[in-house]
Design a protein around this ligand. Structure first.
Ligand SMILES: [Zn+2]
Length: 78
């Protein structure tokens, strides 16, 4: 896995942890809403860098899709 080492110091002494995060998003009609999610991030134990890998992108996408479904009222006729 490309994410298993620190992009700054190159150390492999990294851990994955989960943080609470919040996204600002907009639905297809342009109405903004907030998405709260548990974001998986990588953390380097050597230089304390924290970064997001592909898991984080996937988690954001999933949280956005989930929130969008909840956010939108019953589908209006188009
Ligand atoms: Zn590092």
């Amino acid at each position: 896995m490309a994410n298993n080492h620190c992009p700054t110091c190159g150390s492999r002494d990294v851990v994955q942890r989960t943080v609470n995060d919040r996204l600002r998003a907009a639905d297809p009609r342009g109405h903004p809403f907030e998405v709260e999610l548990q974001l998986p991030v990588w953390s380097c134990r050597i230089c304390k860098l924290c970064w997001q890998g592909q898991e984080a992108l996937a988690a954001k996408e999933a949280a956005y899709q989930y929130a969008l479904v909840k956010h939108l009222p019953s589908r209006p006729a188009t």
